[in-house]
Design a protein around this ligand. Sequence first.
Ligand code: CTP
Length: 407
Amino acid sequence: MVVFLGNEFNLSANENYKLAVETAVNAAEKSDFKIFLIGGVVRDLILENKIKDIDIAVEGNAVDFSVILERDYNCKIINIQEKLKTAKVQFSNGSIIDFASTREEKYINSGVLPQGYNFGCSLENDVKRRDFTINTLALKLTGDNKFSLIDYCGGYQDILNKKIRILHDKSFIDDPSRIIRALKFKVRFNFELEQNTENLMKEYLNNINDKMPLERIKNELHQYFNIKKENLYDLIISTKAYKLISDKPILNFKEERLFSLKEFDLFNENEIWFIYITALIVNSDYAIKRLNITSSERKVITEVRELLNKDAKVKDNFQIYKMFNKLNNLSIASYYVISGNPAVIKFLKALKDIEVLITGDDLKEIGFIPSPYFNKLFESILKEKLNGKLNSKEEEINFVKKFLKKD
Ligand code: CTP
């Protein structure tokens, strides 16, 4: 189906993108390449959402096309991926566009990356390798009927009906990360899964192929947990999508606890996703072993594990301080969201910033001889301070002097 949208397109008021696309169109027409806006950008144009990035499909070789852009149109190739024949190009006004050669994908072993490609295929065959109908739309940029919408899979109607629909019954088997993508689009756009898509998702989750690499799943979860909406974790649990990465997710994760931590400034917005991931995998050796986690991510997981193994009963201030003082903020936050232990709030509100003011030099000046005993003194001062006493350096000095007399 071809829907003519008119001879203008509004890239959500982004003039820079518009100029870059016009340059690309000009270049393509002069060099006989057929190019199309493709995938998420077309979906977002129809939904009138802000455009995050622009993908252009080149019917032919996108790398060859990018070389022309760089040579004749004042553009800069930022990155080329020979394997997928894609090119990232920066235009003279700074905007960046991803160009991809049309391609078909061959899945020989399901669940892992495609094992073969046919590049330069027709646009129709290119869109048929994609995940959901809403992502298969193309906007023709060259030749006749410019700016018409090309819709081979019924994506336009699905966008209007707010439906997420896979293109063929083996889609999730070919690429299980699409399960998380489906949930991402569901939450982000407030769409529903079409019935057959939902059934096939359930069927897949009941018969997981556990040989699939988890990198794509982790990337998709990263994007999913970055959506600023509520009940993200609950949906991963209730749909059983957690089974893609973990056999033992935490079940009493409370999102409202996460939101309540905002006032303490423990983490950046862009770290929140890992708090969710921690709750999914912290109890699952299977997940930790298979998921490619960085050393700082591993540190958080380990610290949260240790906290969860400790006795959670509210302790005295000194014990609470010792429990959290040396830990990563993200570990403390994850532990609180998972456990709800009120000791965390006590630590953050009243204890975290308490520190001993006197130094070893002060102790020497008072008359103590340097020894491991200094640490005991510091600890005694700290205990007092955590209980609301010794509110100045002077009071600390007077406090330790008592020990000097006893010596
Ligand atoms: N795609 C796919 N299967 C995947 C990932 C991507 O078929 N597992 C296809 C989709 O057609 C998608 C396109 O590749 O539109 C580009 O992928 P990506 O940039 O991740 O998706 P967008 O649709 O642009 O989504 P977002 O808005 O989240 O960037």
